[in-house]
Design a binder for this molecule. Structure first.
Ligand code: UDP
Ligand code: MG
Length: 317
């Protein structure tokens, strides 16, 4: 059998989404069938603990264009997408969540823009429904901090919901880093990009898998892999504190000379605490970077595939 590359690949990371998959697959295949029969849907099962894998299998039974990559354990959302990119054959790849927060119907507009020659078409969240105020505020702050700290243009308020050309996928595959902040890396490639506004729905069923801890880690990954500003911040802080200490030393000297020296317990305490705090913060910042260097140096594989369904060969890594 000759293998023909499909026009489009749709990648969906799945972690415990059993209640969403049926309706997701219905809506998605309806949209895709209205565009072309020439597509593949790749689900990456990030080691779900529910029945997601069995449900995905039943989709594959109905339609061999549905393919599955199953991980040996939970490797996380960004890695799941990365593995999908490794297996995708399509001339353009569409990345979306499996909880119906990214409406499949928007793909039609993505493809329109793609046909006009854009290599990256990203979804811009106009409204975020059903997300907590906390999530919205932290997301708002995060995207602004990213903008200040980094010198690449990462569009504000975008997620991973997007279409990218094969060329972009190929460049992503050459990036060997372990800390994948995909939306940043995609912008970094510099290909022609445009946004499509959409209303981000609430999750159809289930609840978010992103704990505050995962969100913080993701935010640090984004900032650390694109910016050295926090490290410089440590030096500035050190410099500022040194200037203040110098002025205080002069003051102390005069107080001593004119014998005005107060008992000094409070000021000593405050200075000590302040300096201790500053030192710990800066060590922490260095640690964040050091830890990431450590991850890179170990050079472990990004993920391990337990089994695949409907995939005959690994396209390229
Ligand atoms: N996901 C995953 N691995 C994880 C966590 C999430 O593959 O460890 C998938 C999840 O099934 C969904 C997408 O990534 O398709 C986004 O996750 P979620 O909806 O929990 O995040 P949020 O939309 O709240 O940011
Ligand atoms: Mg979600």
């Amino acid at each position: 059998m000759m293998k023909v590359k499909p026009k489009y690949s749709i990648l969906l990371p799945v972690f415990n989404e059993q209640k969403n998959l049926d309706i997701l697959y219905q809506r998605l295949s309806k949209v895709m069938d209205s565009i072309t029969p020439d597509y593949e849907i790749i689900f990456i099962d990030d080691h779900s603990k529910d029945n997601s894998f069995e449900i995905l299998n039943s989709f594959h039974q109905q339609d061999p264009r549905v393919k599955i990559i199953k991980f040996t354990r939970n490797f996380g959302h960004q890695i799941a997408i990365t593995s999908g990119l490794d297996f995708a054959q399509g001339g353009a790849v569409i990345i979306m969540d499996a909880d119906l927060q990214d409406p499949p119907e928007i793909i039609v507009q993505f493809i329109e823009k793609y046909k006009k020659g854009y290599e990256i078409v990203y979804g811009e969240r106009e409204k975020r429904q059903g997300e907590t105020i906390f999530k919205r505020v932290t997301a708002f702050i995060f995207y602004r901090i990213m903008q200040i700290f980094t010198n690449i243009e990462i569009p504000l308020d975008t997620g991973d919901f997007r279409l990218i050309d094969q060329k972009v996928v190929d460049s992503l595959k050459t990036m060997q880093e372990k800390n994948k902040f995909l939306r940043g890396l995609i912008s970094w490639t510099g290909y022609k990009q445009i946004g499509v506004k959409y209303k981000r729905d609430a999750r159809y069923a289930g609840k978010t898998n992103f704990t505050i801890r995962k969100m913080l880690r993701f935010a640090f990954d984004g900032i650390c892999s694109f910016s050295r500003v926090p490290l410089r911040f440590a030096s500035f802080l050190g410099f500022g504190v040194s200037v203040i200490s110098f002025l205080m030393a002069i003051m102390a000297f005069f107080l001593k000379v004119f014998e005005l020296a107060p008992p000094g317990w409070l000021s000593l305490m405050l200075t000590m605490l302040f300096l201790g705090g500053v030192q710990l913060v800066t060590i922490g910042i260095i640690g964040e970077y050091l830890g990431r260097i450590y991850e890179e140096v170990k050079n472990r594989p990004l993920y391990i595939v337990d089994k695949t369904v409907g995939i005959h060969e690994k396209s390229n890594t």
